[in-house]
Ligand binder design. Structure first.
Ligand code: PLP
Length: 424
């Protein structure tokens, strides 16, 4: 028992009790182990807990806080929507759906033209899979080991981690998994049942893996030759995260379907979307315009904030900042790796989507706790707990990147000491 029990302790104790009794006891243990308190408010690149302690956010809500926390332009757009109409009747035309869809068609490459709006990444993937089946007339899908596409049934069937899939089988049939980054493996897996290939342009939750140059172009070629629908899952990579508005732009590849969420609304309201070419849209909606729907999807609140978020990304030149600060961070983290070559096995990424991989199990978790102790928020990747991800707001500045790298260096040093003590 602590010598004196403060009001702050009572606040945290109450929430931990509620998590244990009414939310998820295992999750309560995980969060407490990492050293997190109760989050209270957020601004820019910083989060504040129930004691008023300030944390630099290097996780960015798993990539959703592209514009930092509570960007004033997004708050203004949200307030205006709340004052006028936050949710739609669904039977009138919506100027906000039209405007956001037109903007997305303008900023995405090639003939990605039509948009469907939903509320999350997994929902965007569900819609994409239905569209691909409608367009190809075949049910088989090629996905990648380590790939992450969400946890609802269709998306989970494509998420390449046994730990998440096994308890819920049987999942969608006809899904084949191949090695990420190997286009020849895709070609080899194609048979008469395959109607779609889905990949992330950079795998996020597998531990931030950038594929070899030309990978996406080769998949595009295979899909064209075999009449297969190419789905690019940009849920995590989209909206300047990797230094370009979309990661597909790095290889100048245009898929038949693209999925988005996370950064689309700058983290103010939930929104997801999938986009498709006229051919895909005709196959999906040609005979029945309401064959795929969502009650909440495409609400004015979400669409207005998303449109403002895209304008801010353009006006504040966040692609450039993501690229420059990403290079600075990658270089700094690589220097830390060079100091601890036995504990850190790799540092890799693009833009502000960077992973630092530990050579042994559980070290990343220990290191995260050390980072939290030093007021930096971090987490590991969902399909690879050996990798700490760095996905800060794209508004992060030079000094904040230096701070994050220094803290990571100190946290790795302390982790190395802890590991040595355990092994002694
Ligand atoms: C590439 C990718 N697709 C889909 C999803 C699922 O998104 P959500 O958690 O919003 O359902 C994620 C989430 O991390 C993701 O990274």
């Amino acid at each position: 028992m602590p010598e004196s029990f403060t009001e702050d302790d009572a606040v945290l104790g109450r929430v931990i009790y509620q998590y244990n009794r009414f939310v998820n006891p295992g999750l309560a243990r995980l969060l407490a182990f990492a050293g997190y308190g109760v989050e209270q408010r957020a601004e820019g690149c910083y989060l504040y807990d129930h004691t008023g302690r300030k944390f630099l956010d290097c996780l960015g809500g798993y990539g959703m806080f592209g514009l930092g926390h509570r960007h004033p332009r997004l708050i203004a757009a949200a307030k205006q929507a709340l004052d006028e109409q936050p949710m739609p009747s669904k039977v009138f035309f919506s100027a906000h759906v039209g405007a956001l869809a037109e903007k997305l068609a303008e900023i995405t490459p090639g003939d990605l033209q039509f948009s469907f709006f939903c509320n999350s990444g997994t929902e965007a993937v569900e819609g994409a899979v239905k569209a691909a089946r409608a367009a190809s007339g075949r049910h088989g899908i090629i996905s990648t080991h380590g790939g992450y596409h969400g946890k609802s049934f269709g998306s989970l069937s494509l998420t390449g981690r046994e730990k998440f899939q096994k308890p819920f089988e049987p999942l969608l049939s006809g899904v084949k998994f191949v090695q990420f980054g190997d286009a020849a493996a895709v070609e080899k897996a194609v048979d008469g049942s395959i109607g779609a290939v889905i990949v992330e342009p950079i795998q996020g939750e597998s531990g931030i893996h950038v594929p070899p140059e030309g990978y996406l172009r080769e998949i595009r070629k295979i899909c064209d030759e075999r009449g297969i629908v190419f789905i690019l899952d940009e849920v995590q990579t989209g909206f300047a995260r990797t230094g370009d508005m979309f990661a597909m732009n790095h290889e100048q590849v245009v898929p038949d379907i693209a999925t988005f969420a996370k950064g689309l609304s700058g983290g103010i309201v939930p929104i997801g979307a999938f986009m498709g070419t006229p051919k895909v849209w005709d196959a999906l909606f040609g005979e029945n315009p309401v064959v795929h729907t969502s009650t909440f999807g495409g609400g004015p609140l979400a669409c207005r904030v998303a449109l403002a978020a895209i304008e801010v990304i353009e006006e504040e030149r966040l692609c450039e900042n993501s690229s420059a600060r990403g290079e600075q961070m990658l270089k700094g983290l690589q220097q830390v790796k060079n100091r601890f070559p036995e504990l850190l096995s790799a540092v890799r990424g693009r833009g502000l989507m960077i992973g630092a991989e530990f050579a042994i199990d559980d070290a990343a978790e220990l290191c995260i706790a050390q980072m939290v102790k030093r007021d930096v928020v971090a987490a590991y990747t969902l399909n690879n707990p050996r990798v700490i991800r760095f996905e800060p707001p794209l508004t992060i500045n030079h000094a904040q990147v230096d701070e994050a790298v220094n803290v990571f260096g100190e946290a790795v040093a302390e982790t190395a000491e802890l590991v040595a003590a355990v092994n002694a």
